[in-house]
Design a binder for this molecule. Sequence first.
Ligand code: SF4
Length: 335
Amino acid sequence: MPPARVLVRLPNWLGDAIMARPLLYALRAAWPAAKLLGVGPAGPTAPLAGERVLDETVDWPRERAGRAGAMRRARVWSPEVAFVLPGSFSSAWLAWVSGARERVGYRGEARDVLLSVALPRVARGERHLSDEYLDLGARLGLAGVPVPLLTPTAEGEAAAGRVRERAGLAADARYAILGPRSAYGPAREWFAERFVEAGRALVARGLRVLVCGTAGERGACVAVAAGIGAGAVSIAGETTLPALVAVAARARLALCNDSGLAHVAAATGAPTIQIYGSAASGWTAARGPHVRVLHRAPVCSPCWRRTCVIGTRCLDAVRVPWVMRHADQLLAEAG
Ligand code: SF4
């Protein structure tokens, strides 16, 4: 008998949240009458809230002190099944506290005792994270289904329109987005001067360039936009996540690091180039209909470092002409 109520502890990072979409759609397809509660940090999980695969979402604050409300909501939800996507002890603890009979997640952090189904995990990079999440569902009989493109909400479209207007773009302007930063750290950030060079090449191809980032990344994004010069502008710190989804969805090209923005853009169907550094692209590469993942992995890769001590050779090996060759192919495909 399908469960009537399900809890999903959603991932903590934007890119991981996007990679959870196949599991959420599999859940919805297999158990259409079930009520699904998603619990996760409000920011990274915002794009999922507009997708109607979840009946309700509850914020999971990063500080422990603020989590009592989410714990109470999970308890009141009375799920029969809980999927635990993050690998933390506290995520499994939430599933336990919810009272769910089936609590499905991966082993680790001494949390096996809190899970009713604790799966062993293969080495990072041997299986894509989306497929790892789907494997959790498969333990309860769920099968993958086609996943639609990530669609902007009406609120996101309106906000994105205002952002583009402030940036001086006409409603029908052709533009590319650049994401020169990564929340993880510099070992995942292609060099600013190469973003500048690639940005200039995109402007020369008739595109406007919007440089995207968070408020904390504004300085770096403004510097990249200034380096590109006429035709480029920074919109860092000006977009909510729903607005960012809408900005990305209309982009002719997204050029990003291994970051949440790359996953968002790829999921909307925007032609996307994702540049890899210290991580394994086999584990977390962006997926979408028009994606190029550029990764030249040296023998030290993947090291998973936030900061490299030997000069980020992995990123240095990604040269602008190689990037632009793929950019031209994607632009030609999109027409
Ligand atoms: S150690 Fe190797 S893989 Fe890691 S960031 Fe440095 S060059 Fe890249």
